[in-house]
Design a binder for this molecule. Structure first.
Ligand code: NAD
Length: 290
């Protein structure tokens, strides 16, 4: 298949490389990066010309909307715009509408799995869009990932992503709070893990990504909290969850509190560039704040 790929950063470059390795013809464009594994062209429009599918993997909704305007004008009628960026639901729906108006298919399919998953081709895709769009994207999901869930119409992929990551932000903070409390109660961290990981407090944050160094499976905590999933990316996703919640008048008190806490951690403290599980040392060194 002839594929255009716009946005060849930490995630986009390995995803595009996996498509090339699977035998697809990929024309890539990025304002900065020029990965060696891909044929790099001079503009987004050039990458889009004649492509059956154009994939975007960009930082935010404003950039996505401006790139979309450029590529939609260059794409053939019936081609698919597959956006894998994490952006706000409204931008995703605007881009899908613009694609439809131009006679194109559109799917929003943000990913879970991080840079490791992008390299290994084991991402999870959460997709929003028509059946026809999803069907066209599916063989590419199989190459770049291990699972794709069709979540409904356009924007629903982004909705699923921010709901998932709101749960993740909240449960990571809760897990870190519990470890910090356990420390002060004289409860050994290993004992705490052994109990909680097999009791009703278990979660992905505890069982698969334990924030306490030396406990549970290997995680960024064992590597001095080098990301992994950086605290500022968690803040991005929590901010998107709160934008969406405001837009539809949904009450998300814990999502709101988690957003505030990660904002303080990233913007006023030492959270920038650290894994989001570094919330544990942050809480453990503090006294009671509320
Ligand atoms: P990144 O900053 O490494 O890559 C983004 C790339 O887009 C950059 O190379 C940049 O030069 C390029 N770019 C920006 N504006 C452009 C334009 N107008 N035209 C062409 N290229 C342009 O970011 P990333 O980590 O690859 O993340 C990409 C998306 O994936 C984001 O939406 C992010 O939230 C999401 N995501 C990231 C992770 C992760 O662990 N890094 C995990 C899941 C989802």
């Amino acid at each position: 298949m002839k594929i255009g790929f716009i946005g060849l950063g930490n995630m986009g470059a390995p995803m595009a490389a996996n498509l090339v390795a699977a035998g697809h013809e990929v024309a890539g464009y990025d304002m900065v990066a020029q990965p060696a594994e891909i044929t790099n062209v001079a503009s987004a429009a050039e990458a889009a010309q004649g492509a059956e599918v154009v994939i975007t993997m960009l930082p935010n909704g404003a950039i996505l909307q401006s790139v979309a305007a450029e590529i939609h004008a260059a794409m053939n009628v019936g081609a698919l715009h597959l956006d894998c960026s994490t952006v706000d639901v409204e931008s995703a729906r605007n881009v899908a509408q613009a694609a439809e108006d131009a006679g194109l298919l559109a799917v929003d399919a943000p990913v879970s799995g991080g840079i490791g998953g992008a390299s290994a081709g084991t991402l999870t895709f959460m997709a929003g869009g028509s059946e026809a769009g999803f069907a066209k994207a599916n063989p590419l999901f199989d190459i770049m990932g291990q699972k794709a869930v069709h979540c409904g119409p356009s924007g629903n992929g982004q909705a699923a992503k921010i709901c998932n990551n709101m749960i993740l932000g909240v449960t990571m903070i809760a897990t870190c709070e519990a470890f910090a409390l356990a420390d002060k109660l004289g409860l050994d961290r290993q004992a705490m893990f052994d109990v909680v990981s097999t009791s009703s407090g278990y979660s992905w944050s505890m069982n698969a990504y334990c924030p306490a160094p030396g406990i549970g499976p290997k995680s960024p905590a064992d590597n001095d909290y080098t990301p992994g999933f950086a605290a500022e990316l968690m803040l991005k996703d929590l901010n998107l969850s709160q934008m969406a919640a405001t837009a539809v008048d949904a009450d998300t008190p814990l999502g709101h509190a988690a957003t505030d806490l990660y904002k303080t951690f990233v913007e006023d403290e030492d959270g920038l560039g650290r894994d989001f599980s570094a919330m544990l040392p942050r809480l453990a060194k503090r006294g009671r704040s509320t």
